[in-house]
Write a protein that binds this ligand. Structure first.
Ligand SMILES: Cc1ncc(COP(=O)(O)O)c(C=O)c1O
Length: 390
C-alpha cells in the first residue's frame, strides 16, 4: 500500500519544478557569484533575479531580502540582530515574545536573557491566541524587540500580528516587530508592510522548496546587526558564499506558492475539515487542539489529543499502517517533556502527551483521509484496551 505523508508542517517534498530550476546551478552555472569572470557573473545574475523575485512577492525591495540557511537562522538573526543593535543605540534591552513560539525564537530570547536582556513571555488563551491586552501592558519605553509568530507550527493557530504590531507601535514607535512566518508562508498573506513588521522569517522547505535555505526580511533603516562575519556577501548582512541553487529553488518555490496559494489552501482545507469534524465522531474522548473554527487555523493543520493513550504509540502504529504523522512537538526521545505550546494553552500534561498533528499537502487525496479515518479509530481503541481502564 502506498505511504500517506501527513507531516507537511515538518517539511514538504520538493516540487519537481523547483528541482528543475535548481539543477543548472549545480551542473552548469556553479560559479561563485562573487567572482568577476563569466562563471561568477552567471551565478550573480541568477542570484540577483531570485532576490528581486522574492522581494516582489514580499512587496519589498531587493535590499530588504537576506538569504539565510533556513527558518532557525532567520529567527536567531532577526531577534539577536535587532536586540543587540537597539541596545548599542541605548534604546533599552527588553524583549517580548509569546509562550508558544518555535524554539528557534524561544531559545534565542532565553540566551539574550543570559546576556543581560529582560524578557516577557506572553500567555495565550485555550486556542493558543496571544492576549493583546497583555501585550499592550507589557510594552514599555525599554522594549526594543517584539517577536510574535504568524501561525503556530503545532496547532496551526493564526496570531493577530497586524493588530499586535499596531499596539506595539502606539506604545513605543521605536520597538521593532518580528514575525516568524515559517508556517504561514504559502497559506496566509504575509506581506510585511500589511503586517506592519520590520523583520520576518521564512524557510523554503515548508512550501515545496529545498531544505537549508530561508529568508530574513529586514525593513530598510531597521536597527539590526549581522550574526555572521566574514565576506561582504548579502550586503554584509550574512557573510558566506551564497547557496545559489538553494536560493533559486527558494524563489521558484515561493513564486509557485504565492501564485497557487488559494487553490492549494482550498484543497488542504477541505481535507482538513473532514478530520476536524469526523475524527472526534469516530474516536471518543478526542480533544481538538487549536481553534475549532477552521478560519482561525492554518488550512492544512489538524491537531488533537486522545485521552488515555500515549501519543508516541499512536505515531508508531500509524507508521506501521503507512501513515507518516507527528505528535506536533519537537521531542522525539523516550522521556518526553509535554509540548510547551499545549501546556501554554492550559492542556494538562497527561493529555499533552497524547497529541497528534496531521498536516496536509498538495498530494493528499480524499482517499488518504478515508484511510486515516479508517485506521486511526482502530489504533486508538487497541492502545486504550492495552493500557487498561483509565
Ligand atoms: C514556526 C517555525 N519556525 C522556525 C522553524 C525552523 O525552520 P528550519 O527548520 O528551516 O530551521 C520551524 C520549523 O519547523 C517552524 O515551524
Amino acid at each position: 500500500m502506498a505511504r500517506i505523508y501527513l507531516d507537511h508542517a515538518a517539511t514538504t517534498p520538493p516540487d519537481p519544478r523547483v528541482l528543475e530550476a535548481m539543477w543548472p546551478f549545480y551542473t552548469t552555472f556553479w560559479g561563485n557569484p562573487s567572482s568577476i569572470y563569466l562563471e561568477g557573473q552567471e551565478a550573480r545574475r541568477a542570484l540577483d533575479a531570485a532576490r528581486k523575485l522574492v522581494a516582489d512577492l514580499l512587496g519589498a525591495t531587493p535590499k530588504e531580502v537576506t538569504f539565510t540557511s533556513g527558518g532557525t537562522e532567520a529567527d536567531n538573526a532577526a531577534i539577536r540582530g535587532a536586540a543587540l543593535a537597539q541596545r548599542a543605540l541605548g534604546r533599552g534591552q527588553h524583549i517580548i515574545t509569546t509562550r508558544v513560539e518555535h524554539h528557534a525564537v524561544l531559545h534565542t530570547v532565553e540566551q539574550l536573557e543570559r546576556e543581560g536582556f529582560s524578557a516577557t513571555y506572553l500567555s495565550v488563551d485555550a486556542d493558543g491566541v496571544v492576549d493583546l491586552d497583555d501585550l499592550e501592558a507589557a510594552v514599555t519605553p525599554e522594549t526594543t524587540v517584539v517577536s510574535i509568530m504568524a501561525a503556530n507550527n503545532e496547532v496551526g493557530t493564526i496570531q493577530p500580528v497586524a493588530e499586535a504590531a499596531r499596539i506595539v507601535k502606539a506604545r513605543n514607535p521605536r520597538a521593532v516587530v518580528h514575525t516568524d512566518a515559517v508556517q504561514a508562508a504559502g497559506a496566509l498573506d504575509i506581506t510585511p508592510s500589511l503586517l506592519g513588521v520590520e523583520l520576518l522569517s521564512l524557510a523554503a522547505h515548508k512550501f515545496y522548496g529545498p531544505k537549508g535555505i530561508g529568508v530574513l526580511y529586514i525593513k530598510n533603516r531597521t536597527p539590526w546587526q549581522p550574526m555572521f562575519l566574514g565576506g561582504s556577501q548579502e550586503k554584509e548582512r550574512r557573510a558566506g558564499t551564497e547557496n545559489v541553487a538553494g536560493i533559486v529553488g527558494l524563489a521558484t518555490a515561493m513564486k509557485l506558492a504565492w501564485d497557487e496559494r488559494d487553490a492549494r489552501s482550498a484543497h488542504v482545507a477541505a481535507l482538513r475539515d473532514r478530520l476536524l469534524f469526523e475524527l472526534p465522531e469516530r474516536i471518543p474522548d478526542t480533544v481538538i487542539t487549536g481553534p475549532i473554527d477552521p478560519a482561525r487555523r492554518l488550512p492544512n493543520n489538524f491537531s488533537c489529543c486522545f485521552r488515555n493513550v500515549e501519543g508516541e504509540s499512536v505515531l508508531l502504529a500509524l507508521d506501521m499502517a503507512d501513515v507518516a504523522a507527528s505528535s506536533g512537538s519537537a521531542c522525539t526521545t523516550g522521556a518526553l517533556e509535554p509540548s510547551h505550546v499545549l501546556t501554554a494553552m492550559g492542556i494538562d500534561s497527561d493529555l499533552a502527551h497524547a497529541s497528534l498533528r496531521l498536516t496536509l499537502g498538495a498530494s493528499n487525496t480524499t482517499a488518504d483521509i478515508d484511510r486515516v479515518l479508517d485506521v486511526l479509530p482502530e489504533i486508538v481503541a487497541r492502545l486504550r484496551s492495552l493500557a487498561g481502564p483509565a
